[in-house]
Write a protein that binds this ligand. Structure first.
Ligand code: AHG
Ligand code: MN
Ligand code: MN
Length: 321
């Protein structure tokens, strides 16, 4: 089985490999603490603060943010970062000569932390558009997804896995805890063209637009050639976990606009674009209900966007007029 470091040494540049190396190191720490469920560091429960989108921060949100920031700073190859947990982007002064920046959701699925349900980390890497040697700028982070050069997520679940792409397909690695090393278990993953699963928080059904309501009814009703139900509903409430299951089984994930949240809940820069990049590397695609997520021009660091993402057949069906 190919080890992550060996894979990266042939797949990408030494700088990008170093960035993944930093993510890898931070994920060892997170994986261990998540596995201890509070027997180790003080990671359970609310922190008492709020992040810039007004979400209540959990202790593990803050802990993860610090662990990833430290690892990425010390990689020497990241000039700055924008984290879902901080209002502003940060220049890593000591790395101003570096060429890359990163956008990150250090801990995705906060509501699942205290109940031992799987959670994740989502990240995306861009080449900076500002001058190398100068501080990073907002435009470095507000790039279209079509300019993203690598992305990935770590899933802290029954096992810890890293799923990544550097633009040449999607690959899945599993962490061997005792050796602290990731090994490739799936190569060039393609999500099934049709799926089995639709994932959406249906509590908001009455608020959905007519097109989405019709699609959900279609999923509920659709029978296969044997007269059996074609689709089933599954929703964990951690984007990373819902994405991962649907990637492997085939399916669709939707976090749409609702009455309460006209732009949905998910963040375009930290969640929607990296996940859109990843699903597009696996033969699926992502939209905001109208347009291709990878073609959207972000205008604010913490802006939200509806997200429709998954297998081609289900996506085509939900997008139909
Ligand atoms: P985060 O923990 O980074 O704030 O993200 C939580 C997100 C996402 O992971 C999940 O799919 C969604 O919130 C669930 O929201 P609902 O509880 O509204 O369904
Ligand atoms: Mn999230
Ligand atoms: Mn988060």
């Amino acid at each position: 089985m190919t080890e992550l470091n060996n894979f990266l040494s042939t797949e990408t540049t030494p700088e990008i490999a170093k960035i993944f190396g930093a993510i890898e190191k931070a994920s060892f720490i997170l994986s261990k603490e998540v596995g201890y469920q509070g027997l180790g560091a003080d990671i359970l429960g609310a922190d008492g603060g709020e992040n810039s989108t007004g979400d209540a921060q959990q202790k593990l949100d803050v802990y993860a943010d610090n662990v990833f920031e430290r690892a990425l700073r010390s990689s020497g190859v990241i000039a700055g970062w924008a984290s879902e947990e901080s209002e502003k982007f940060v220049t890593f002064e000591e790395n101003k000569d570096a060429q890359y920046v990163i956008v990150i959701d250090p801990l995705d699925g906060s509501s699942n932390i205290d109940v031992n349900v799987s959670i994740g980390t989502i990240f995306g890497i861009y080449k900076r558009v500002s001058k190398v040697g100068a501080p990073v700028t907002l435009n470095d982070f507000l790039q279209k997804g079509s300019h993203m050069i690598a992305a990935g997520y770590v899933l802290y679940s029954v096992s810890t896995q890293m799923v990544l792409s550097t633009g040449h397909g999607l690959h899945v690695f599993t962490l061997e805890q005792w050796k602290k090393s990731y090994h490739r278990v799936l190569d060039h993953v393609h999500t099934p063209q049709d799926g089995k699963v639709y994932s959406i928080n249906e509590v908001n059904f009455d608020d959905f637009d007519p097109k989405l309501k019709r699609f959900i009814q279609y999923c509920r009703d659709k029978k296969n050639e044997k007269g059996k139900r074609q689709y089933t509903g599954r929703y964990i409430g951690s984007l990373v976990s819902d994405f991962h299951r649907n990637l492997l089984k085939g399916g669709i994930y939707v976090y749409p606009a609702t009455g309460e949240a006209p732009q949905g809940k998910l963040r375009l820069v930290y969640e929607c674009i990296p996940m859109a990049y990843l699903i597009s590397q696996a033969s699926g695609y992502a939209t905001n209900g109208v347009d291709d997520i990878l073609k959207l021009q972000p205008t604010e660091l913490h802006q939200k966007s509806p997200l429709y993402l998954g297998s081609k057949v289900m996506m085509d069906e939900v997008m139909k007029d």
